[in-house]
Design a protein around this ligand. Sequence first.
Ligand SMILES: [Ca+2]
Length: 447
Amino acid sequence: MGETNSLKSAMTAQKATQIAWGVGTALALALLTVGAVHAVVGWIPAETANVSQSGEAKNVALAVGSGGKAAAWWVNVPTGHRRGDLILAQNSGSGWTTQTVTTTLEARWPSVVYSGTDLFLAWFQGQLYTQPATALGGWFWEQKVGEAPRRVTDTQFYSGEWVRPRLRVGPEGGHMVFAVALTSTQAARGDLYYLYRDPSGPWFSTVVVTRDQVAANGSGGVFYPDLALANGQVHLVWEQMSQSGSAVTYTVFHISASVGPGGPVWAEPSRISLPDENAQRPAIAADGMGRVHVVWTDYITDTEQYVRYRRLDSTGWSGIQTISGGEPLKVNQIRPTIVWPAIAAQDDLVCVAWHGFYPDATTEAEEIYLRCSQDGGQTWGMVQNVSRSLDRLSLMPVVAIGIDKSVHVLWEEFQGGNNYFFNYDALYAAGPPEVHAVFLPIVLRNR
Ligand SMILES: [Ca+2]
């Protein structure tokens, strides 16, 4: 409750009015020079931090504990390298404390999750696929903070940047998902793996969906999976590639399971993106009320992408909504060349974050956007600009919601130089889900 009060006090009416007029002036200028008012407002965080300050932060992950404080987790990748050290930063309430968790310089793609006050970390450690000759593979690791790390399985797995291990921990045990192959020759087209364990037991792994299982003409592949727990069920989503000759399509699929003493019992997988979409990078979140919320990128062209949204509740799947607004999103053609959505939900609050820039951007550099629904995903508030750094690449956000309904966002922010693959810091911002006061003065002023 202390955090709620501090958020409210930080957002005094006077401050909101000052910032609102500042944004209004900026948008009025944009109207004169560009000729179009884009319906994006600046988000007013209650708290911001550069949590890495290393110039080496990649693959950021974020979770908020029952105490309302965030834990950030990323890989410090030295310039010229592909892997690095794992860094954990925790917000004590009076500042961030940072620790190096591994020093092997072999880690990528961390995941972080709270179960009550217990903090769990997971990651991939080894050589990711770059070309067949260097697909050496690696292992997945899990660590409860305060205890020793342990290897999730003895099996050596092969995968690439799409491996995306995601960990969830509930009172019944742990759940993990990733996209991998058992051989280096198949590393570029993995299968979908789900793993589970009892609260103190070993991990059991199972292949949920094979690469060709839901591909129309074979030659499939599984990429970028995600995981959520709702009503005692496991929900997985993933990006499914299907190749027929030179035609390659990407589709977002969903599968659910009941997990009992005998292990998971899977339902049939189902496609949740439209057949004519080029649907990639799905993310899923459970809201604690039995619903799951899914977002993905509809990649039409390099310069026309949209964030789509769908919800599964007791009546089935909702229709598809476009969360990123009416204007198409663009991304730079350096990294990662695709819009990258993230989602978090708690009760009726659902928040989506993504990177990109809109057609009226003065610089072709990504911003981090945030949009929240306060009625369980039926209607959505304003598109808000979280990063507000027009000339710098702001990439690959993650989002989390605290029990006080504060929204926490972490992303990679370019720190300058000529090499856009390196020199990123992990930036953090937290605040209320919505700042309605900002938009109204803009409308009045433009008239
Ligand atoms: Ca930016």
